[in-house]
Design a protein around this ligand. Structure first.
Ligand SMILES: *Cc1c(COP(=O)(O)O)cnc(C)c1O
Length: 424
């Protein structure tokens, strides 16, 4: 980790050109790398030496951007993935397999819910979903002998639940498993979950990190803090020989980098969800202004939340940084710099009024995306979460009338004016 402050990390971390080298991180648009000795190439394949040999496993552009995200989160190792979904999937499958189990907060992004409730179940990994606001006793009761990880979102998309990170970290550690946090909405500008006990942090870089809705991408960061060997029986994949690499043991050979090295060497090798170097380059440009954009997103979202709160047609508003919000106190603790640019609200006219209002918007667009420079809205019950029944919706913290409003970084008066005319 560098000693820079977070704003400086956004710009300077990850890439340090040598004398006469390009000032801006180059795009290494190459699948392969040349070597003059076949023996050296062999050592790379055995993980006996570190170096590039094929972009499905590693690429210098990607590694520089991963190193920046790693520094922003305060981790020891990181990797980029082709999407946030791939990051969520790898973060679990790197330490769990058929016959295993995970504990998850029920307030999750719809895609993550599908992945953990249905897709990994077909691979033999079961998930127990807990109310993020459950008591410590209820949380403890969700663990089984075969539990391998605990998973939650710092600020849930779209429920906007602020997770009690310390409570979840404590439960995970009491049961000898790592706590994995999806920090997409807060970004490391507003929260660094590792400081609150998270062991692994994942991101959909598609959102604020890229910030321009240009590239789908993901990242996994390891804090290096979880002691895999202390629970070696549970995490045999990390603590016993990997026959596909002549019997190396990840924890012995790579120490604090064991988790990321294994995810690269096995999951990326076999499943191949690598981010393209071109996208990593664009992501890096986004990261250079993350600190500026997050401040404006938060400022605009708070102003929009206050406006909606006072509007006669609005039934309710949810925004963690709005005084009086259910999560206000917790946000003050974990999200001191502000929460995010996303708020949710419902109209007194319910589901049909929501759809009608959205159709009247002129500048604010209806898009699936969230968390980029442009203001946009979405109706999760009709869009991202449409596969869920009413009960599942409510468990995920999504009321049927909920409008997700991703407040951009345009002038706030223009944003509010558009909402105002659509409400008439
Ligand atoms: C969008 C999102 C994801 C999935 O990321 P993709 O990049 O779309 O695959 C995961 N978690 C959260 C919180 C998200 O908002």
């Amino acid at each position: 980790m560098s000693d820079f402050r977070i704003e400086t990390k956004c710009i300077q971390s990850g890439y340090e050109p040598g004398n006469g080298e390009p000032r801006v991180l180059p795009i290494y648009q190459s699948t392969t790398y040349r070597y003059t000795s076949s023996e050296q190439m062999g050592r790379l394949f055995d993980l006996e030496e570190s170096g590039y040999f094929y972009t499905r496993l590693q690429n210098p552009t990607n590694d520089a951007v991963a190193a920046k995200i790693c520094d922003l989160e305060g981790g020891v190792a990181a990797m980029l993935t082709s999407s946030g979904q791939a990051a969520s999937f790898y973060s679990i499958m790197n330490i769990a397999g058929a016959g295993d189990h995970i504990v998850c907060s029920s307030a999750l992004y719809g895609g993550t819910y599908n992945l953990y409730a249905h897709t990994i179940k077909k691979m033999g990994v079961d998930a127990t979903f807990v109310d993020p606001d459950c008591t410590s006793e209820e949380l403890d009761a969700a663990f089984q002998d075969n539990t391998k990880a605990v998973f939650g979102e710092t600020i849930a998309n779209p429920a906007l639940t602020v997770l009690d990170l310390e409570k979840f970290a404590k439960a995970a550690h009491a049961h000898g498993v790592p706590f994995i946090v999806d920090n997409t909405f807060a970004t490391p500008i507003n929260c660094r979950p590792i400081e609150w006990g998270a062991d692994i942090v994942i991101h959909s870089t598609t959102k604020y990190m890229d910030g321009h809705a240009a590239c789908v991408g993901g990242a996994i960061v390891d804090s290096g803090n979880f002691d895999w060997e202390a629970y070696g029986e549970k995490f045999k994949g990390l603590t016993t020989p990997d026959e596909t690499y002549h019997g190396i043991v990840y924890t012995q050979k790579f120490g604090k980098k064991a988790y990321i090295t294994k995810a690269t060497a096995q999951l990326m090798r076999d499943l191949g969800s690598i981010q393209s170097p071109q996208n990593a380059f664009l992501l890096n440009i986004g990261l250079e202004t993350l600190h500026l954009r997050m401040a404006r997103h938060c400022e605009n979202a708070l102003a929009a939340a206050k406006y909606l709160k006072n509007h006669e047609k609005v039934a309710w508003v949810s925004y963690p940084s709005l005084p009086g919000d259910k999560y206000y106190e917790r946000a003050q603790k974990y999200l001191q710099g502000g929460s995010c640019g996303v708020l949710t609200f419902g109209l007194k006219g319910g589901r049909s009024a929501a759809v009608e209002m959205m159709d009247k918007l002129k500048m604010v667009a209806i898009v699936t995306h969230v968390a980029d420079a442009r203001s946009c809205v979405l109706h999760p019950a009709s869009h991202t979460h449409r596969q869920m029944n009413e009960k599942e919706l409510l468990e995920a913290g999504v009321q049927p009338d909920l409008i997700r409003f991703s407040v951009g970084i345009e002038n706030i008066e223009d944003i509010i004016a558009d909402i105002e005319q659509a409400m008439l």
